[in-house]
Design a protein around this ligand. Structure first.
Ligand SMILES: Nc1ncnc2c1ncn2[C@@H]1O[C@H](COP(=O)(O)OP(=O)(O)OP(=O)(O)O)[C@@H](O)[C@H]1O
Ligand SMILES: [Mg+2]
Length: 301
């Protein structure tokens, strides 16, 4: 078995991140892991580290999309974009309404067949190996609902039962989800009494609670006020850091995702028009936020 250690260093106060990848053989990987951490700490850096054991999965990319085309009749929703989501990162597909974000996430999640091109999730083809892909991912739809006559707690329990029959696991998973949701005693109330923001928090918790290898989140913070958005963004970030989950998300809110995503792809009319870390994109375009980058690359300014 081999291991991949992925270290992201963020200089204090500077969002520009540096990345390092190292493959470690059969030796004592935990020691190497710790030494990498301390080396980074000595350099006065905030370190986020993710350790992956190779369980026969492709080590390189969580998502590998090549020339993906999706037509709905006359409408070309995806016009051949290629992109890679690295393991352990938060990768955002960012663009205006109708750009093709949901379509790309649904193809990746095996819910739609591509017209042509390929998408692989941890090396597994979303068409030929759809069942295997489904075991590795969780998917939060853009407009998802929870059963309104169940309490939040009952809903989490119900959803967990699809993944485990073991009582201890069930309890543990529901406890994790409860914590992620941050809904506390309101989990005892019926979902129909929840606000939009509370429902979204419950659903994000459902998508993350099973520690999927890849969480595909379609507009995780859509329709949320600042407080709820901040909570959801924080839990996504913490989750990635602690659990080694990879997140592939979409948003049309370019300002919001700037601080959430390690890398973003700007998508317009089914095509990726720019891709990099938010800091690098801003620097390249010599502007102060991602909205301005987008305006510049699509020629609005
Ligand atoms: N099931 C469908 N049938 C027909 N056309 C569709 C279907 N789904 C998406 N489209 C079209 O594909 C294009 C891309 O849609 P998609 O939902 O992927 O955009 P999006 O980037 O997620 O937009 P939004 O920000 O509004 O969620 C749009 O022109 C849309 O009308
Ligand atoms: Mg969408």
């Amino acid at each position: 078995m081999s291991y991949l250690i992925q270290v992201y260093g963020e200089t204090e106060g500077n969002k520009e991140a540096e990345e390092r990848f190292e493959h470690v053989g059969n030796g004592d990987y935990s020691l190497s892991f710790l030494s990498l951490n301390s080396a980074q700490r000595h350099a006065n850096k905030h370190v986020r580290s993710v350790l992956f054991a190779n369980r026969g999965l492709s080590m390189e990319f969580a998502v590998e999309a090549k020339n993906v085309v999706k037509d709905f009749g006359e409408i070309r929703a995806l016009d051949g974009p290629s992109f890679n989501v690295r393991q352990g990162e938060i990768y955002g597909l960012i663009g205006p309404n109708g750009a093709g974000k949901t379509t790309a996430l649904r193809v990746t999640s095996t819910l739609l067949l591509p017209t042509s091109g390929t998408v692989k999730v941890f090396g597994r083809d979303v068409v030929d190996e759809a069942l295997e892909v489904r075991r590795l991912i969780s998917y939060l739809p853009e407009e998802a609902g929870a059963y309104k006559n169940l309490s939040g707690h009952e809903y989490l329990e119900f959803m967990t039962k699809f993944t485990t029959r073991n009582k201890e696991n069930l309890k543990e998973t529901v406890a994790i989800a409860a914590k992620i949701s941050g809904l506390e005693e309101r989990l005892r109330d019926k979902v129909k009494t929840y606000s939009k923001g509370m429902k979204r928090r419950l659903l994000v918790a459902r998508a993350l609670m099973t520690k999927p290898k890849l969480a595909v989140l379609d507009e995780p913070t859509s329709g949320l006020d600042v407080l709820h958005s901040v909570h959801v963004r924080r839990i996504i970030k913490q989750y990635v850091e602690k659990q080694g989950v990879t997140v592939f998300l979409s948003s049309h809110n370019m300002l919001e995702v700037e601080h959430l995503c390690d890398r973003v792809a700007l998508i317009n009319k089914g095509k990726i028009v720019a891709e990099d870390s938010p800091a690098a994109l801003k620097k390249k375009a010599n502007v102060s936020n991602l909205e301005e980058v987008f305006a510049k690359v699509v020629g609005l300014v």
